[in-house]
Write a protein that binds this ligand. Structure first.
Ligand code: ADP
Ligand code: MG
Length: 443
C-alpha cells in the first residue's frame, strides 16, 4: 500500500511486493516484475492500473471476485494471486511467465522468415482450447484473448489477463474500446451486440491463424479497414498444409454468426482427434510460399516441448477434468501445475450479467464520452474535432495510405487535450462501425 519513501515511487506495494523492473505498458496499465517478500522463491507480476478517484465496481465486490479468480487453477492459465488498491491504482498480482508472450515470439519467428510446424500449431492450440474450455465451464469469459495475453513458460503456454475486465468493470478507461488491439475483436463485439462465449471463440480463431502464418488475420493498414475486414471480409485461409478438417473448424470459428461457431469443449474434442504427423523439413519447405523458410523454431524451450509431445491426450484429460491421474507423471513436461481441485468446483459466475459490450453499455459509454469531451473542450471545439475525425475515419475506408498516425498528428494541431481527442475518436468510431454495418447489411 505504501512506498519506502515518498521520493521513491512505488518500489514496495502492500508492504509485500518489491518492484524489480518494468515489463511493459499495455492497454490496461503497466506491468512490473516484483519479488514477493512473503514467498521464498517466487517472482511475480504486478499490474498497476490507474483508476483515479473511482474504485473498482463495488456491486461486483472486487475482493470477492479476486478470491474466486485466485482459486482457479489450470496448467494453461496464469495464476491470479492477489489484488488491492494502492493510491490511485488498482493492483493485480499474477504468476510470472519468464519466457515472454506469444506476440513477441511469433514476431521474432516472422523476422527470421520462420514459422511453426503444423504439429506445433495444433499442440499450442490444444493448450489454449483447454484453458478456454476450463474458463467457459466455470462460466467465465476471457474477453481479451490475443497473442500478447498468451505466455510461454517452461515448455507450455499460459493464458493470462482473464477476469481483469470484470474486476475493472466501472474503472476501465472509457475510451479504450477500439484503440489498442482491435485485431481479435469479433463482429458482434465491435457492434456492441453483446459479448458471449462464442466471442472468445472468434478471438481463438484469430490466434490460430496467427500461430500458423505469424501474421494477424484481420490486420489492415488502418483502423477502419481493420474493422471493415472483421465485419465484412471472409477470413484468410490457413496454409494448404493444414488438413481439411482444421480448415473447416477454423472457418467456423471465424463465422460472422456466433451461433455457427463451435463451443470450446467441442473444438477441444475435434482438435484432439487430429492426427499429427510431423512434416519432414524438405516437404514443408517446398510447400511453403515463404522463401528461405527455416522450419525449426529457434526458441530452445519450444524445440524441447514438441518432440513427440503427449500434450494432446493430456489436454483432452484436462478438458474432462479427470483429476485422478496425476498430471506430472503422465507427461514429459516438467513442472506442471495440478488442475484445480474440489474447492473451486462450485465456481459458477453469471458473467453475462456484467457484459461490457452490451447495447446498454454502449449507450452509457457514448453518453460518457460525449459529455466528458464537451466538458473538457467546449461544445464548439467538440464539433470541430468531431467533424475532422469523422472525415478522416471516412477517408480511411477508401484510402489505405491514410494511417492512424497521420490522423493523430493532424489531431494534435487541432487540440492539445489528448484525452478529449480520444473520447471524441471513440464516438466517431462507434458511428463508423454503424456505417460499416449498414453497408454490410445493404450489400
Ligand atoms: P497487454 O496485454 O495489453 O500487452 P499488459 O499490461 O498485460 O499489456 O502487459 C504489458 C507487458 O508485460 C507485455 O509485454 C507482457 O508481455 C508483459 N507481461 C504481462 N503479464 C506478464 C506475465 N504474467 N508474465 C510475463 N510477462 C508479462
Ligand atoms: Mg495483457
Amino acid at each position: 500500500m505504501c512506498s519506502h519513501e515518498e521520493s521513491v515511487q512505488h518500489t514496495m506495494y502492500a508492504n509485500r511486493y518489491h518492484q524489480i523492473k518494468k515489463l511493459g505498458r499495455g492497454s490496461f496499465g503497466t506491468a512490473f516484475l516484483v519479488h514477493d517478500t512473503k514467498s521464498k522463491h517466487e517472482k511475480k507480476v504486478l499490474k498497476e492500473i490507474y483508476v483515479g478517484d473511482t474504485s473498482p465496481n463495488e456491486s461486483l465486490d472486487a475482493e470477492h471476485e479476486a478470491t474466486i479468480l485466485s482459486r482457479l487453477r489450470h496448467p494453461n492459465i496464469v495464476r491470479f494471486y492477489d489484488s488491492f488498491i494502492d493510491g490511485s491504482n488498482f493492483c493485480i498480482v499474477t504468476e510470472y511467465c519468464e519466457d515472454g508472450d506469444l506476440d513477441q515470439y511469433l514476431k521474432s519467428l516472422r523476422k527470421q522468415r520462420s514459422r511453426l510446424q503444423m504439429d506445433q500449431v495444433i499442440d499450442l492450440f490444444l493448450q489454449l482450447l483447454s484453458a478456454i474450455d476450463f474458463l467457459h465451464s466455470k462460466k467465465i469469459l476471457h474477453r481479451d484473448i490475443k497473442t500478447s495475453n498468451i505466455f510461454l513458460k517452461r515448455n507450455h503456454i499460459k493464458l493470462g489477463d482473464f477476469g481483469i475486465s470484470r474486476l475493472m468493470m466501472n474503472t476501465m478507461d472509457k475510451a479504450s474500446t477500439f484503440i489498442g488491439t482491435p485485431f481479435y475483436m469479433s463482429p458482434e463485439t465491435l457492434r456492441y451486440d453483446g459479448y458471449n462465449m462464442k466471442s472468445d471463440i472468434w478471438s481463438l480463431g484469430c490466434v490460430l491463424y496467427e500461430l500458423s502464418v505469424c501474421k494477424r488475420a484481420f490486420e489492415r493498414s488502418n483502423l477502419v479497414q481493420t474493422m471493415e475486414a472483421i465485419l465484412r471480409e471472409s477470413p484468410p485461409p490457413l496454409p494448404d498444409r493444414f488438413p481439411a478438417k482444421v480448415q473447416l473448424l477454423y472457418l467456423q470459428m471465424l463465422s460472422k454468426d456466433p451461433d455457427k461457431r463451435s463451443g470450446a469443449a467441442e473444438l477441444l474434442e475435434e482438435f484432439g482427434q487430429i492426427e499429427i504427423k510431423p512434416n519432414p523439413k524438405s516437404k514443408l519447405s517446398s510447400q511453403s510460399s515463404t522463401p528461405n523458410l527455416d522450419i525449426n523454431p529457434t526458441h530452445p524451450d519450444f524445440r524441447r516441448s514438441f518432440s513427440n509431445s503427449p500434450i494432446v491426450n493430456k489436454h483432452i484429460r484436462a478438458s474432462l477434468q479427470v483429476p485422478s491421474s496425476p498430471v506430472h507423471s503422465a507427461s514429459s513436461m516438467d513442472s506442471v501445475d495440478s488442475f484445480e481441485t474440489a474447492p473451486s468446483d462450485d465456481i459458477q459466475i453469471p458473467d453475462e450479467k456484467y457484459d461490457p459490450f452490451s447495447p446498454s453499455a454502449r449507450e452509457s459509454k457514448t453518453d460518457f464520452c460525449r459529455s466528458k469531451a464537451q466538458e473538457l473542450v467546449g461544445s464548439e471545439h467538440f464539433t470541430r474535432i468531431y467533424d475532422y475525425l469523422h472525415d478522416q475515419r471516412h477517408k480511411q475506408s477508401e484510402d489505405a495510405s491514410c494511417t492512424d498516425a497521420i490522423i493523430l498528428s493532424g489531431l494534435e494541431t487541432l487540440c492539445s487535450n489528448s484525452y478529449a481527442c480520444k473520447l471524441i475518436d471513440e464516438l466517431v468510431l462507434f458511428d463508423t462501425v454503424n456505417e460499416l454495418n449498414e453497408r454490410t447489411l445493404n450489400s
